[in-house]
Each structure stands twice: as C-alpha cells, then as structure tokens.
Design a binder for this molecule. Structure first.
Ligand code: GTP
Ligand code: MG
Length: 193
C-alpha cells in the first residue's frame, strides 16, 4: 500500500477516547521492546511517527494512527517487562481487555514476536486470548536481520508450533531494519480491511 498520509489521532487510555469514525482497525500486540512501533514506522515509511526506544515500556497508551483516511493502526503498550509494578500491570490489563473485548471495528491483530526467541508464555497467552475473541492474528516474526538465513525455516516453525497457531493465521518473517517482509505484511493486512 502506498501511504500518503499517516497521523496520530489520539493516545487513549479508555474507551470513551477511542475515535468514533468507524474506520477499520488493525492493532499491534507483543512483548515490550519487541519492535511493535518500529513495525508501524517501517510500513508507513516514517522514521519515528510511532515513538520507539531501546528501553522497554516506551508505548504506554493506545495510540491510534490514521492511515490514508482509510484505516487505523493501533499501537499498544507491550507486556512481559519485569520491572513493572503490580499496579501498572493491572492498569495495563484493564486497558487491553477493554479494547480487545469490545472494539467491533477491530479487524485483525498483528502479534509481533522476536524471530530469534521461542515465544514466551505471555506470547502464547496473548495469542490464545485473541483467538478467544475470534480475531484473525497475523504473527510477524521480526528482527530477521539478526539471524542467518540457514536458521529461518526452523525458527519460524518453532514460532508457529509454540503458539499453537490455527492454520489460517500466517507467520511472516520481517525486519524493520531492512524492510524485508514488508510487501507480504501489507498484502496480508489488506485482506482484513
Ligand atoms: P514498547 O513500546 O516498549 O512495548 O516497545 P516496542 O515493541 O514498540 O519496540 P520498539 O519498536 O520501540 O523497538 C525496540 C527496539 O528494538 C528499538 O531499539 C528498535 O530499534 C529495535 N528493533 C525493532 N525492530 C527491529 C528489527 O527488525 N531489527 C533490529 N535489528 N532492531 C529492531
Ligand atoms: Mg512501542
């Protein structure tokens, strides 16, 4: 997709702040620091519209990015960062459940995993949580630039097997660094819009 326009519309912490123009939405999910915001930036050709950081916990709110007046990418805070207080974790849970359980304009979720690592228990829980709501999940195995070509096939299979993915959901190898996988990501996203 050629992106002519991308803008942040709102950083929301609760339902009443979500946009109400009924455009379709594609949300991101994944561990803290895995590369969710970087994925958005790469797809829309913007260096840092979605703010990224080498430190986990950069994204703290639900950030709605309107793309070409056509749909939203919704960037979300990551999970699994150890140095987060119980109270913050609870707040995160409420915010995420409220969004994923009730949002009827949500068409699919992009679950980002790090291709180098076996998905964690948190990743599996997130995948199963999304399937519980019958949401299509596109798994993006990112940071592909960090592994050798010889390891790709087995690491991608490990991702699919560990998450116990349904056959309809794809795993797409990707790198925000090199842009590899971008066309496949876009063509898959388009199917859900
Ligand atoms: P939170 O907002 O904290 O949940 O993190 P996030 O998932 O949005 O991660 P973010 O996009 O901020 O990226 C975290 C770090 O990983 C940054 O230092 C990025 O530059 C780096 N990174 C992200 N994607 C890639 C990739 O494909 N390859 C490499 N080499 N680095 C990446
Ligand atoms: Mg982020």
């Amino acid at each position: 997709m050629k992106v002519n326009n991308a803008e942040i519309v709102i950083s929301a912490v609760s339902q009443k702040q979500y946009p109400n123009d009924r455009l379709p939405e594609i949300a991101l999910a994944g561990r803290s620091n895995v590369g969710k915001s970087s994925f958005i930036n790469r797809l829309i050709h913007r260096k840092n519209l979605a703010r990224t950081s080498s430190k986990p916990g950069k994204t703290q709110t639900l950030n709605f990015y309107k793309i070409n007046e056509f749909f939203y990418f919704v960037d979300v805070p990551g999970y699994g960062y150890a140095k987060v207080s119980k109270a913050e974790r609870a707040k995160w849970g409420v915010m995420m459940e409220e969004y994923f359980e009730t949002r009827d304009t949500l068409k699919a979720v992009i679950l980002i995993t790090d291709v180098r690592h076996k998905p964690t228990g948190d990743d599996s829980n997130m995948y199963q949580f999304l399937k519980h709501f019958d949401l299509p999940v596109i798994v993006i195995a990112t940071k592909l630039d960090k592994i050798t070509k010889g390891k790709r096939a087995s690491y991608l299979k490990r991702t699919r097997d560990t998450l116990d993915m349904v056959i309809e959901d794809p795993v797409i190898p990707f790198s925000s660094e090199t842009g590899e996988g971008k066309d496949e990501a876009w063509s898959t996203i388009r199917k859900y819009l």
